[in-house]
Design a protein around this ligand. Structure first.
Ligand code: UN1
Length: 496
């Protein structure tokens, strides 16, 4: 057997080993015998080097014309498109999501890169009037400095691209710290940016743990902003660490997203949406539909159809094109799912299917778990309140739209929600009243596109949005410019 490939950090335009001289394993969650590669177990020295490189590169990158920065991004987007298939296969191997979804993840990175490349010729500000004569006013976007981008394992290429591309087009330099479970997809993204001609130091990649790399990055004096996607628990720590030196901080955290199925819904469509929203990516999306609130009038029929469909889902290695659901990311995640299933049983929810790990045969070496549905859930049960991040859906009965909205909003999170109905009035009422950053009508809670703002309310976020032009508001600061061409002192608010 060939020795495993060793992947290096990318610091100041060079591929380098960690100062720690240690590596960690990236293993396929569908097959623990499949070692995807060895990655640098970086330490504080590596972080310091990367931040230093980003700091040195900043003045020149900040003054590179944005359309030139955009040209590099256009090249990167085309290279990503050329490599889509191999990158998707490697992603399935390191993350476990089925190949079709891994292709979607790479596609999301391609879309984001093209989108932000185009922003190089926009980055619009405003020109406006002045209250004084012979005076001109405008606002322009200015870059901020070095950004620390801390990314999760569930969208191993898409989410690094959501953060890197807007940061770069605005003129910032970055240090990326990808999740330890999925460093290869971020590595591939950085490799493409290198090939596309990003100048040295503008993009840096440091792999390793949150404790060693993440904590030091977010406390570093030369880092001006931190963008983090992950759990609410860790997000709170990022927020606290950032507050000490007033770093800008963008947090995308948990969700407990709801699909509301009304009495007049197209039930086939609602079932399709609930299967995809609940079990796509093995439920490991922050947008996953982990709650389905169903009108009493169609409850029994809906639940019967849903359970039949979910029982038939083919679980296995995502490289097999007939497989519909892959494994969980790691053993700890599977344990979390198992303990929530116990909680659900003890709370008195009705286990309708799944509820067990899948072992033996093709499952023996992976972190597989059967797709699971709990019926007759009470909205206050823990399985209906807390983010599980796995293939577990809680179905909750309701009497009408008002109750569905109340249940839907009755959680600490506010990422995504959806309604299945043919009644346009109800659809618009739900659209107005759901306290989420994303809302769907007759579609599941997952599937956000890159040209619309992405993010959530309440404990899902801290008010920022990713993607679209909304991302530019995080990665730049407004500078208001006043040009007085009157040749005399004019005093605002006084010389009226
Ligand atoms: C996430 O779950 O962290 O809307 C991101 C979606 C995807 C992105 C999900 N486009 O489901």
């Amino acid at each position: 057997m060939a020795p495993p490939k060793v992947y290096k950090n990318f610091i100041n335009g060079e591929w380098v080993e960690s100062a720690s001289a240690h590596a960690f394993e990236n293993v396929n969650p569908a097959d623990r015998n499949d070692l995807v590669g060895l990655f640098q177990k970086s330490n504080q020295q590596d972080v310091d080097d990367a931040v230093d490189a980003a700091k040195q590169a900043y003045p020149s990158w900040k003054n590179t014309p944005p359309p030139k920065r955009g040209e590099i991004l256009y090249r990167a987007a085309r290279l990503l498109a050329e490599e889509k298939e191999p990158f998707a296969e490697l992603m399935t191997r390191e993350m476990g999501k089925v190949l079709e979804e891994a292709r979607g993840d790479v596609q999301e990175a391609i879309d984001m890169t093209f989108y932000m490349a185009g922003e190089g010729r926009r980055l619009f500000g405003q020109t406006t009037t002045s209250e004084l004569p012979n005076k001109f006013c405008m606002s322009v976007r200015s870059p901020i400095g070095v950004g620390a981008l801390i990314t999760p394992w569930n969208f191993p290429m898409a989410i690094p691209s959501w953060k890197t591309m807007p940061a770069l087009i605005c003129g910032n330099t970055v240090v990326i710290k990808p999740a330890t479970d999925t460093p290869l997809s971020a590595y591939n993204l950085v490799k493409v940016l290198e090939e596309a001609g990003v100048p040295r130091g503008v993009v840096n990649l440091v792999t390793g743990t949150g404790v060693e790399v993440g904590n030091h990055l977010m406390a570093h004096g030369d880092v001006r902003m931190v963008s983090f996607t992950g759990s609410t628990e860790v997000g709170r720590k990022v927020s606290q660490a950032s507050a000490v030196s007033f770093k800008h901080c963008c947090l995308e955290m948990g969700g407990k997203n709801v699909i509301m199925v009304m009495e007049d819904a197209n039930l086939d469509l609602a079932v399709d949406g609930s299967v995809w929203g609940g079990f796509g990516t093995t439920g490991q999306r922050c947008t996953a539909a982990s709650r389905v609130v169903v009108h009493k009038g169609v409850y029994k029929e809906f639940v019967d159809r849903l359970v039949t469909r979910v029982r038939a889902l083919k679980v296995g290695n995502g490289l097999d094109p007939t497989v519909q659901m892959g494994p969980l990311i790691n053993g700890a995640q599977r344990q979390t799912v198992e303990s929530y299933v116990e909680v659900g049983k003890n709370e008195g929810a009705r286990l309708l299917c799944g509820g067990e790990r899948l072992t033996g045969g093709e499952y023996q070496q992976g972190w597989f778990y059967a797709p699971t549905i709990f019926g007759d859930c009470h909205p206050q049960m823990r399985i209906a309140q807390e983010e599980i991040f796995g293939p577990v859906v809680s179905v909750i009965p309701c009497h009408d739209l008002d109750e569905a909205i109340e249940i839907g909003n009755g959680i600490v999170y506010g990422l995504s929600a959806s309604i299945y109905t043919r009644n346009v009035n109800n659809a618009f009422r739900a659209m107005r009243d759901m306290e989420t950053g994303i809302f769907y009508v007759n579609a599941p809670t997952i599937g956000a596109e890159t040209h619309l703002p992405f993010g959530g309310t309440k404990q899902t976020g801290n008010g920022h949005r990713e993607a679209a032009t909304a991302a530019l508001d995080f990665y730049s600061e407004w500078k208001s410019v006043y040009v007085d061409y009157s040749d005399k002192l004019q005093r605002a608010q006084i010389d009226t």
